[in-house]
Design a protein around this ligand. Structure first.
Ligand code: PLP
Length: 385
């Protein structure tokens, strides 16, 4: 069968909504359209019930002990901002030191820098050549003023999976809160907030075949309750932490999308890992001067990040116009700056600019990977020539 072009290999940026998710959302647009806060009639009750079921499913998907630990937001960016800015403002005057890894998403790094502008002190933790945070470095950076440590569960450029459980243990011992941005982890690898010991966890639906515009922040209930100052003030929704009418269809879709990912987690992870390895074998077998960025062992199943020595990745993208890929060298805001993640690994600006990120996902198969690999090899040879 002929390949269907273009081929989408950018599943870290976003994913298509699964048709089963679209079906689950369908009734909540125009039939059961009620406001989940309308307590006086059946439209409101139905919406409220749908939200309650979704909240329960999401809580159980990440191992939370209580559905009320899930607060709905507009996405991971908002969850990260609410977690860090909300916490910092609530704790102002008590603890004023923040720690984040150098390879965090801008939603975390820029929120921390914003707080630094408000007088908080900030430690940026380096990573090793594989992109891993050393738990001992976290321990060394903690002071009795440290409020929170933020380390992402899975990196969006190089797929590195951090030793979250170990870092959490260290934070607990020192009575410091721990936040993780799990946008790339939930639905891809097992996530368990209890086992890991995280206090705050950010996630969203559009990275896991759910709709855009919906996310959640997990806020641990026990040990004592974590106070967050809201970013949005209004009707007091979500326990007063995040005001605004709940987008019921998106919430229902979010929960269904997570449920579908979890039902197939191990098999899909094995399939994506095999596709990733096949792609790497094919590229590294045919080309000199290629390097895999990030840890080979501790990595998201569908992620590959490759530097092609002597080749500008932007030119590769132009040569591969039938393939949706992203360069490791463009930062999330599209500023054209070389990737802060690749530079944190110790890569030079030139090498960072020669890197491509492959985000392999549900729709990709072996035939597509083989075709893309062949096109890439041709393009690299031509550009080097
Ligand atoms: C790790 C990580 N954090 C945060 C975000 C921002 O997420 P959202 O689009 O849900 O605001 C992304 C998306 O690129 C991401 O990969």
């Amino acid at each position: 069968m002929a390949l269907k072009l273009p081929i989408y290999l950018d599943h870290h940026a976003t994913t298509p909504v699964d048709p089963r998710v679209v079906d689950a959302m369908a009734p909540y647009w125009s039939d059961d359209f009620g406001n989940a806060s309308s307590a006086g009639h059946v439209f409101g009750w139905r919406a409220e019930e749908a939200v309650a079921i979704a909240r329960e499913r999401l809580a159980s998907a990440i191992g939370a002990s209580d559905p009320s630990e899930i607060v709905f937001t507009s996405g991971t960016t908002e969850s990260d901002n609410l977690a860090l800015i909300g916490l910092a403002r609530a704790q102002r005057g008590r603890r004023d030191h923040l720690i984040a890894s150098a390879i965090e998403h801008p939603a975390v790094l820029d929120a921390c820098r914003f707080l630094a502008g408000e007088g908080f002190s900030l430690t940026i933790l380096p990573v090793d050549g594989d992109g891993l945070v050393d738990p001992a470095a976290v321990e060394a950076a903690l002071t009795d003023r440290t409020l929170v440590v933020s380390v992402m569960a899975a990196n969006s450029e190089i797929g590195t999976l951090q030793p979250i459980e170990e870092i959490c243990r260290i934070c607990r011992e020192r009575d410091v809160l721990f936040h993780t941005d799990a946008a790339q982890a939930v639905g891809k690898i097992p996530v368990d907030v209890q086992r890991w010991g995280v206090d705050l966890l950010s996630m969203c639906a559009h990275k896991l075949y759910g709709p855009k515009g919906i996310g959640a922040l997990y806020i641990r209930k026990r040990r004592p309750r974590i106070a967050l100052q809201p970013l949005l003030h209004g009707g007091g929704h979500e326990g007063g932490v995040r005001s605004g009418t709940l987008p019921v269809p998106l919430i229902v879709g979010f929960a269904r999308a997570v449920e579908l990912c979890l039902a197939d987690l191990d098999a899909e992870a094995a399939r994506l890992t095999a596709l990733r390895e096949a792609l790497w074998e094919r590229l590294s077998g045919a080309l000199e001067g290629v390097a895999c960025n990030g840890s080979r062992a501790r990595r998201l199943p569908g992620n590959l990040n490759v530097s092609f020595a002597g080749v500008n990745a932007e030119q590769l993208l132009v040569a591969l116009s039938d393939v949706a890929l992203s360069t490791g060298s463009a930062c999330a805001s599209g500023s054209g700056e070389p990737s802060h993640v690749l530079q944190a690994l110790g890569l030079s600006e030139a090498v960072a600019r020669s890197s491509l990120r492959f985000g392999i996902g549900r729709s990709n198969d072996a035939e597509e990977i083989e075709w893309v690999a062949g096109r890439l090899v041709e393009a690299v040879v031509a550009l080097r020539g």
